[in-house]
Design a protein around this ligand. Structure first.
Ligand code: MN
Length: 343
């Protein structure tokens, strides 16, 4: 008996993918028919986006097919260690690449890829949508949405196994990064026995936990540390200290030589303040464009809060973008949270 078969005996949840057999069949069919895949995810990508895209691209290439990953905002510096990151296209949509399959991963709405809805779909017969956001708009021809998966990387692992692939060390690294990021290094409530089982398998297949963990969770370039000083000085507490907020203005990024990606992890720190139920990070993207990221400690469903502002996400982690200055967005979000807690 192989190691995997033995492990299955101890983890019946591992077979849960059976619930998605129609989706699996449709994806298997789409993947086998396609010759050139374009794989993408949302703007401002994080490790689950990049890792899931790269894992699918590696698998396609292993099958002797062509695959291109396009991420409008490119791969953030701290994820450039992931195998294949150097081949990711970024910037304006890569129309020069002809493809017959579009795979969108870890992206609740196709408009978030940073292109018009029509353009990327124009020449393909099939759009495959693989995601774990509860608010996914089911924009694909095939939609595999599992909000109970901790990360899209967890789903991609299950998919690859279902299709009969043993992930290579490169694919295993990409998927471990994806899962490690979305579980906060296996400490969030979305971490299940299945998540840990898959992570264990990925390590057995060659992923390096220390390399992935340090890059994702202990990466502090000096620009980031300087930025932390300025941003955490904006800390405010509202509603009997149940709500914490911090703000990132363009001027702060400029004076620290920092980028938006350096704000990664800030809102998690804010969630750790004793007594805080919801942590809010406000980022000035442009003078009249503000991104809010919310993290809940469990009492409040922040996906529904962000949904009211046209955003979305998960129960414990969600976001929205406002057309308006930061202070105005902050006022609206804090008021809505106060209402949710006290009325
Ligand atoms: Mn994700």
């Amino acid at each position: 008996m192989s190691t995997l078969e033995e492990s299955k005996c101890f983890l019946p949840e591992y077979t849960r993918i059976d619930n998605f057999e129609p989706e699996m069949g449709a994806i298997a069919h789409a993947f086998s028919k396609a010759e050139r895949a374009l794989i993408t995810s949302h703007v401002s990508p994080e490790a689950d986006n990049v890792g899931s895209c790269l894992a699918i691209a590696h698998t396609f290439c292993a099958l002797g097919k062509k695959a291109k990953v396009w991420l409008r905002d490119g791969v953030p510096d701290y994820l450039k260690f992931l195998p294949g990151a150097e081949d990711v296209s970024s910037g304006p949509f890569a129309l020069e690449y002809p493809y017959d399959l579009l795979v969108v991963v870890d992206c609740g709405d196709i408009e978030r890829i940073g292109e018009t809805r029509e353009r990327p779909q124009r020449d393909v017969s099939c759009v495959v949508n693989i995601d774990h956001h509860t608010t996914n708009t089911r924009f694909g021809d095939v939609n595999w949405i599992d909000p109970e998966a901790a990360a899209t990387g967890e789903m991609v692992y299950l998919l690859l196994r279902r299709l009969g692939f043993e992930p290579s060390p490169e694919v295993a690294s990409c998927l471990l990064a994806a899962i490690s990021a979305d579980t906060g290094s296996f400490k969030y409530s979305n971490t299940t026995a299945r998540t840990l089982f898959i992570a264990s398998e990925l390590v057995r297949m060659g992923a390096k936990p220390e390399k992935v963990g340090m890059a994702l969770h202990n990466h502090y370039p000096k620009e980031k540390i300087f930025l932390m000083g300025k941003v955490f000085a904006t800390l405010e507490l509202f509603g009997k200290e149940k709500i914490s907020t911090i703000s990132v203005f363009q001027e702060m990024l400029k004076s620290c030589g920092a980028k938006q990606e350096h704000t990664e992890g800030f809102v998690e720190i804010l969630r750790g303040i004793p007594g805080v139920e919801v942590a809010c990070l406000f980022r000035e993207l442009e003078p009249n464009k503000t991104k809010v990221s919310l993290r809940s400690n469990g009492t409040l469903d922040v996906a529904s809060v962000c949904g009211a502002f046209g955003g979305g996400g998960h129960k414990m982690a969600a976001g929205a973008v406002f057309d308006g200055p930061l202070q105005e967005a902050k006022g609206r979000v804090v008021n809505r949270l106060l209402q949710a807690f006290f009325s």
